[in-house]
Write a protein that binds this ligand. Structure first.
Ligand code: WQD
Length: 363
């Protein structure tokens, strides 16, 4: 069967590389990646190809375009390639993951966040339209919910942004609805609201490798367990209204998250998915497990998985943190066939295997 050409922006990154792997393993897609390596390494794509070869017995090659979505020429190059080569079949759809995503940093550099996460994304849509490509899966985030009125959080929970980063996701989701409503016969758009991605492919060959000190809890715990020291581990507040006083998050295995992208890509051509958002075909889904884990639970789980005896101190709350972000994943389960099959133990074991095998990440 002829394989459809799919472009994954940010495909060299942590989430992106696991999504690219899922696409290859399905053996239904030719995959291209555009990435500026701002927070990723091209080595991850080589390893994805190796894993896919090992798992399917078939050689796979991902066409990697080193480029920046802010440069229109870089984006045009990708679409021109698929319009002129590869049997001129063009790009079937785009999974748009590339973004800046550090909540704290976004407050210091709002202009960079708006340029990268909104202007560049609008330009991507414009180039897609120029090339008659209208299928779009968008990497959104649970941060669109701000401090939700209730947990678990359904997609109908009010959108309230607490940071420029969160605003880029709220604003762009709305722009996508506007674009889809203007051309309901063309655009098919699904926004995926990630909760907290965690874990790694069980081979230990790909995983999370942020530049500099990790902002997020799990990669920080992983790096500490292999001796990367960043001073005393701090728990930001233990006076929250949660089961042990520390913040609760919905950690979702990155392999389950990547599978959710396949579910979304496969659902784009199903009109029924968009039944309640007419006229435009643009809709958002939560990708989470529905189970919340606290900071202390994560530290204990990583202690068990790594054997590392973490020492930590309880300090003041981190500005912008909310007590509990746990998904209600029912809609994605019902309408996309999404499911999470990997639990906390597997997330931590897979994270530790990746970090122990790659103490310095891909570098
Ligand atoms: C989890 C909990 C911290 C570090 C992240 C991304 C955000 C979005 C969602 C993409 C919080 C606590 C952390 C530490 C700690 N991703 N913590 N000590 O805040 O949910 O947001 O996921 O859209 O961009 O930032 O995840 O891992 O940063 O923090 O106590 O040294 O761990 O306070 O309660 P968060 P996180």
């Amino acid at each position: 069967m002829t394989r459809l050409n799919v472009l994954v922006t940010g495909g060299s990154g942590y989430i992106g590389s696991h999504v690219v792997l899922q696409l290859l393993l399905s053996q239904r897609y030719n995959v291209a990646v555009i990435d500026n390596s701002a927070n990723s390494h091209p080595e991850s794509i080589k390893r994805v190809e190796e894993i896919a070869h090992a798992e399917t017995g078939e050689r796979h090659s991902v066409r990697l375009f080193q480029g920046d979505l802010k440069q229109r020429g870089d984006v045009e190059k990708v679409f021109n390639y698929f319009d002129e080569q590869e049997e001129k079949r063009g790009v079937y759809g785009v999974i748009h993951i590339a973004a800046l995503k550090a909540v704290g940093e976004s407050g210091e550099k709002p202009l960079e966040y708006y340029m990268n996460n909104i202007s560049a994304s609008l330009q991507l849509l414009d180039v897609m339209r120029a090339h008659n490509c209208f299928r779009f899966v968008y990497s959104s985030s649970a941060t669109v919910y701000g401090e939700p009125p209730a947990v678990p959080i359904p997609e109908t929970s009010p959108l309230q942004s607490e940071s420029p980063y969160s605003r880029t996701k709220v604003f762009f989701e709305q722009m996508l609805r506007d674009v889809a409503n203007a051309q309901p016969d063309k655009w098919r758009i699904l926004s995926l609201r990630y909760f907290n991605p965690a874990g790694a492919h069980p081979s230990g060959r790909i995983g999370e490798d942020p530049l500099g000190k990790p902002n997020n809890l799990l990669p920080l715990l992983a790096q500490i367990s292999v001796g990367r020291s960043y001073g005393q581990l701090k728990v930001f507040g233990n006076d929250y209204p949660t089961y042990d006083g520390t913040c609760v998050r919905d950690y979702i295995h990155v392999m389950d998250l990547a599978a959710g992208h396949m579910n979304a890509l496969d659902a784009l051509d199903k009109d029924a998915v968009f039944h309640d958002v007419a006229p435009g075909k643009a809709k958002a889904y939560n990708l989470g497990t529905g189970k919340g884990q606290s900071v202390l639970t994560m530290i204990e789980s990583m202690r068990k998985a790594s054997g590392f005896e973490y020492q930590y101190e309880i300090v003041d709350r981190r500005p912008g943190d909310v007590p509990n972000l746990t998904a209600d994943p029912a809609l994605a389960i019902k309408e996309l066939g999404f499911k999470t099959v990997r639990g906390l133990e597997e997330m931590c074991a897979d994270t530790v295997r990746w970090q122990k095998g790659n103490p310095n990440g891909y570098r």
